[in-house]
Design a protein around this ligand. Structure first.
Ligand code: NAD
Length: 266
């Protein structure tokens, strides 16, 4: 066990994983716990959060699970209240939840637009709305918002709601970082590149290779300058740095974790 987050309480949203293996929220929860954080692992799918908890428990860490739909204000309010009842404070808010729906502006229904805005972007507004007063009361805290390189580049996949929400997260993060800079509350965004996580399989397999998952993985690997996608641990390590006191002078940053792909011309 490390001590980089010793005695800190961390809310992680989307702490489970949509499929077998390691998603970003799951790996981040585990790595936070390994560094001494008490992890409040929240998810729409309680069983997925419980799987993360069982890994943390086996390693001797501390974790509590909570079921929440982060796009719903009353549920987010209850999540924050439950965390405070359980651990008495909130030092880290890790906003990881994000969904992908393929479609450009013409193909996307109004319902899908509203849903993705709510799950990817409004969710971060809601968690911050209820967590910031507590952090202010405590004299500080750290917020990490998971964006994507899709906020700053066209990835080749036509998902207009994803581009829009992931770019919105950058402005949202800067706004919080600056408003709260003098209050010892830091807010940063992580922009993962092409990562090999369970979340890419279902929503994206059609967009890359007509449903052929192996082929999609091969295409995505070849797109990366390193010849290989990153994984959930790359995102989790970046989050650990931002959450830790080593990053005490880092706020308002957009940390790109992409193996160099956004530096590429073609
Ligand atoms: P994931 O799809 O495995 O999702 C994690 C959990 O989020 C799931 O267990 C799911 O049940 C939960 N969830 C979904 N909707 C929810 C809601 N409304 N309320 C509460 N929980 C909900 O994803 P992950 O691997 O943990 O990472 C996701 C984040 O990483 C997203 O923000 C995604 O946009 C970002 N990202 C991923 C990649 C990639 O290539 N994999 C690249 C860039 C950014």
């Amino acid at each position: 066990m490390g001590e980089r987050l010793k005695n800190k309480v961390a809310i992680v949203t989307g702490a489970g994983s949509v499929g077998p293996g390691w998603g970003n929220g799951k790996a981040t929860s585990v790595i936070f716990a390994r560094e001494g954080a008490k992890v409040f692992a929240t998810d729409l799918n309680l069983a997925a959060a419980e799987e993360t908890k069982s890994i943390i428990d086996k390693e001797g860490g501390t974790c509590t699970v909570h079921k929440v739909d982060v796009s719903k204000a009353d549920q987010v309010k209850a999540m924050v209240a439950h965390c405070l009842e359980t651990y008495g404070r909130i030092d880290i808010l890790h906003n990881n939840v994000g969904i992908v729906v393929v479609g450009g502006p013409v193909e996307t229904s109004e319902e899908t637009w509203d849903q993705v805005m709510a799950v990817n972007l409004k969710s971060m507004f809601l968690t911050c709305k209820y967590v910031l007063p507590q952090m202010e009361k405590q004299g500080g805290g750290v917020i990490i918002n998971i964006s994507s390189i899709a906020a700053i580049r066209y990835t080749g996949v036509p998902y207009i709601t994803y581009y829009t929400t992931k770019a919105g997260i950058l402005g949202f993060t800067q706004g919080i970082a600056l408003q709260y800079a003098g209050k010892n509350i830091r807010a940063n965004a992580i922009l993962p590149g092409l990562m090999h996580t369970p979340m890419i399989v279902e929503p994206l397999k059609g967009a890359y290779a007509a449903g052929d998952v192996e082929k999609m993985i091969d295409i995505r690997n070849k797109q990366c300058p390193t010849g290989k996608m990153g994984d959930a641990w790359d995102v989790a390590e970046a989050a650990l740095f931002l959450a830790s006191d080593e990053a005490k002078y880092v706020t308002g940053a957009q940390l790109v974790v992409d193996g160099g792909i956004t530096c590429k011309f073609a």
